[in-house]
Design a binder for this molecule. Structure first.
Ligand code: C6P
Length: 407
């Protein structure tokens, strides 16, 4: 049973505002971060105004309540991504933190000079730089599977680049610069054939397509709360139990131990071992509320909507002379990235802002993708459940204004 997107804008108070005299705001920067849903704001408000207490420590009522709510959010995430057990879910500060944890805690100790890590050419910097740091630390090599000019990973090349020396594969599910949906299930199966574990960067996927870790059979999966209508500073690292048993904690401190003496520390059970110190309790509870919210609507409904709007935006933008679409994969969602002859993307972004249309202009923390397409930056409109075809009309009107200025 899925919900409807009718009147969904009412759930997002940030939409109802005037920017540069334009009302309502057309927010098309959802790939950077989404607006926060009312139930999320209410959950944060409740925690901070009434239920503010630390977790896993107190016997008093509020501490127990906070612990209950925090652990309930873990179960919500487990169900949402189809994980086998609740212990497979680790709360982090975001996708970036999660990938770095895997790099340092799981992969580093398995690498010898000459071993290989395989990524793709369309990764976000968060799925490139941690592996480069590991390369510096270990003498391993970073291999990069190329993409074609539509912005799709070349599966044949990806398969050929897997070797007995591949110790880790780390791939984005949905490209933040192009909107491409990668055939992750197939890529995981190829990697597993040679025994390589796979991390899936689901930062963009989690709010735009249904994600199921059991179906994908990935070993790790990372996402950020703020891209799925939840609070900033929250995120999730999923790991298969047997894999998490082999991962070391990267940070030590309170709550991640069973016992400490000066001679020896015994770590806590999974997942607490990987959540040292006081976590973002309010944020995690808010993330649980965000996931409950999208679950009520249904990810299939949201996915169909985002895909339809991105396709329509691309179709309409491509009718403007001088527009070049960047990223035209057969399987893509939520993102329309483009450049316009004679106009720098930053100028496009600024003029659109003056017309009450918020997009992102820049390299989108995916500079290798920009290099592939021979551009420095793009203008990127990214769609979410509260966007409508009317927003595309406003986008088009504003881009035509840019043309008047620059052509
Ligand atoms: N992309 C964008 O505008 P964090 O910052 O840790 O929440 O997420 C990092 C990240 C990792 N992978 C992908 C595919 C991403 O898109 C992002 C964040 C934002 O595209 C900010 S650069």
């Amino acid at each position: 049973m899925t919900g409807t997107l009718a009147r969904v804008d009412q759930d997002f108070p940030a939409l109802a505002q005037t920017i540069h005299g334009q009302y309502p705001l057309v927010y098309l920067d959802n790939a950077a971060t989404t607006f926060k849903a009312r139930p999320v704001i209410a959950a944060l408000n409740r925690y901070y105004s009434q239920e503010s207490a630390n977790i896993h420590r107190g016997v008093h009522t509020l501490s127990q309540l906070a612990t209950e709510r925090y652990e309930a959010a873990r179960a919500t995430v487990q169900t949402f991504i189809g994980a086998e057990q609740v212990e497979d879910i680790i709360f982090t500060s975001g996708t970036t933190a999660a990938i770095n944890m895997v790099a340092q805690g799981f992969v580093r100790k398995r690498l010898s000079p000459g071993d290989e890590i395989l990524i793709t050419e369309m990764e976000h910097h968060s799925n490139i730089v941690p592996w480069q740091m590991l390369r510096e630390q270990t003498g391993a090599q970073l291999k990069v599977a190329p993409i074609n000019d539509l912005g799709e990973v070349r599966l044949d090349a990806f398969a050929e680049m897997l070797s007995p020396r591949t110790k880790m594969v780390s791939i984005g599910y949905v490209s933040n610069a192009l909107g491409t949906i990668n055939p992750v299930k197939q890529m995981v199966a190829l990697a597993h054939r040679i025994g390589a574990p796979v991390l899936v960067d689901a930062a963009q996927a989690v709010a735009t397509i249904p994600v199921n870790v059991t179906d994908l059979d990935c070993d790790f999966l990372a996402f950020s709360g703020h891209k799925i209508f939840g609070p900033t500073g929250t995120g999730v690292l999923y790991g298969k139990q047997a894999i998490l048993e082999q991962m070391d904690p990267v940070f030590g401190g309170g709550d991640m131990i069973l016992s400490v003496t000066f001679e020896k520390t015994v770590y806590n059970h999974i997942p607490y071992r990987f959540e040292p110190g006081t976590p973002h309790i309010a944020g995690v509870i808010g993330l649980g509320a965000a996931i409950d919210y999208v679950t009520r609507i249904g990810m299939e409904t949201i996915a169909a909507h985002d895909r339809k709007l991105a396709r329509l935006a691309a179709e309409r933008l491509s009718t403007i002379p001088g527009v070049r679409l960047i990223g035209e994969a057969a399987d893509k969602t939520s993102i329309a990235s483009f450049v316009l002859e004679h106009a720098h993307p930053h100028d496009i972004g600024t003029i659109l802002d003056n017309h009450g249309v918020a997009i992102r202009a820049g390299h989108h923390c995916a500079q290798p993708v920009m290099q592939h397409f021979g551009v420095e930056a793009t203008a990127r409109a990214s769609f979410s459940l509260y966007n409508t075809e009317r927003d595309i009309d406003r986008l088009m009107e504003a881009v035509l204004k840019v043309k008047e200025v620059f052509v």
